[in-house]
Design a protein around this ligand. Structure first.
Ligand SMILES: [Zn+2]
Length: 339
């Protein structure tokens, strides 16, 4: 048997599948309970309900360490609040982390792990909620930013509060040029630290720029963007050094000021999202978390271990997961766009 020859004949996707199978066989899939005990050795355990560290050990239940909080009186264990809380098929969930790194579709993942598509859907969104913690960290040096528009998509929405429009002319309200789209702020520094966050329905204003990227920018950062008036106003208020560019006159100032990194980030996002055939707006921020995470993890020598650590460290995940619907409602998407 010539392994090399066999592998060469496989399609790219089959090669990726093979890698996942081999990792499972070799026991390289991370054991989340172990990951958690390593975290506990290095940092204080916090109460997932009130986030204080005023806690004490409260025995062991089903092999998991239990704690009780002196502040709020609630008990919890090492998994409470994390994506793995309440998951029964932990081994398969751990394997699904690998498939998330490979951006495998729900249907394929369900087939490969022999679980239902509903289960994978639930796991996917819990995992992506965990990744919110990587979507937004302090920037270093030059920061390039841009706003990106997304069409409203109610794919998979089970409850439409009216019948779906059959054709665009059925819409009663006239649509504006870009007020019927959702704006997302995209930003990146030059050290591979991207951010993609939903700003608001319609065009961005300086408030939504502040809300999305404001807390990650310091006066030491230098901003590069197109000449969007809201970004200019915001940068002025922040007293940032700001260089603007006109898309049709692509150029570089002083050999280092340009917006090529943020443009390339945009293009990579488009290529990555294409196989998903449109993402429901309700879940857009989840997918943005996913994409940003994949960009950041590229440089890691042990991506799956870092991934497992994020999953176990984020005790706010379940709350964020439960709030997906509420956050979506807050976008105040006009009804006539909800097709
Ligand atoms: Zn507490």
């Amino acid at each position: 048997m010539d392994l090399q020859l066999m592998i060469e004949e496989l399609a790219d996707q089959d090669k990726k599948d093979l890698l996942v199978i081999l990792k499972r066989e070799l026991g390289e899939t991370p054991q989340l309970a172990k990951v958690r005990s390593t975290i506990n050795e290095n940092q204080k355990v916090l109460c997932p309900h009130c986030h204080t560290e005023d806690i004490y050990g409260h025995g062991i239940y089903k092999g998991r360490k239990r704690y009780k909080c002196k502040q709020c009186g609630k008990t919890f264990n090492d998994f409470t609040g994390t994506a793995i809380s309440g998951i029964k098929k932990i081994d398969k969930f751990q394997e699904y982390l690998e498939l998330t790194l490979e951006s495998v579709s729900i249907r394929k993942a369900a087939k490969r792990l022999s679980v239902s598509t509903n289960t994978i859907f639930d796991w996917r969104h819990k995992i992506l909620a965990s990744l919110s913690m990587v979507n937004g960290n302090s920037f270093d040096g030059i920061v390039e930013c841009d706003d990106k528009q997304f069409k409203i998509n109610e794919k998979g929405s089970r409850k439409l509060d009216r019948e779906a429009y059959k054709r665009p002319s059925d819409r009663k309200t006239k649509r504006g040029i870009s007020n019927d789209k959702l704006s997302v702020m995209v930003a990146t520094d030059r050290k591979g630290n991207p951010l993609m966050k939903i700003a608001k329905m319609g065009r961005i204003d300086s408030d939504s720029v502040e809300k999305t990227i404001g807390s990650f920018i310091s006066p030491n950062n230098i901003l590069c963007s197109d000449s969007h008036p809201s970004i200019i106003l915001w940068a002025k208020n922040k007293e940032l050094e700001h260089h603007t560019f006109v898309a049709s006159k692509q150029h570089v100032k002083n050999q280092c000021y340009h917006v090529q990194h943020v443009n390339s980030l945009d293009n990579r996002y488009e290529r990555w999202i294409k196989p998903f055939y449109g993402v429901a707006t309700k879940y857009l921020s989840q997918y943005l978390n996913w994409f940003v995470f994949l960009q950041k993890i590229k440089k890691s020598s042990e991506p799956i271990k870092e991934f497992a650590k994020i999953i176990m460290i984020n005790i706010k995940t379940i709350n964020q997961y439960r709030n997906i619907g509420k956050e979506y409602e807050k976008l105040n998407i006009p009804h006539y766009l909800r097709t």
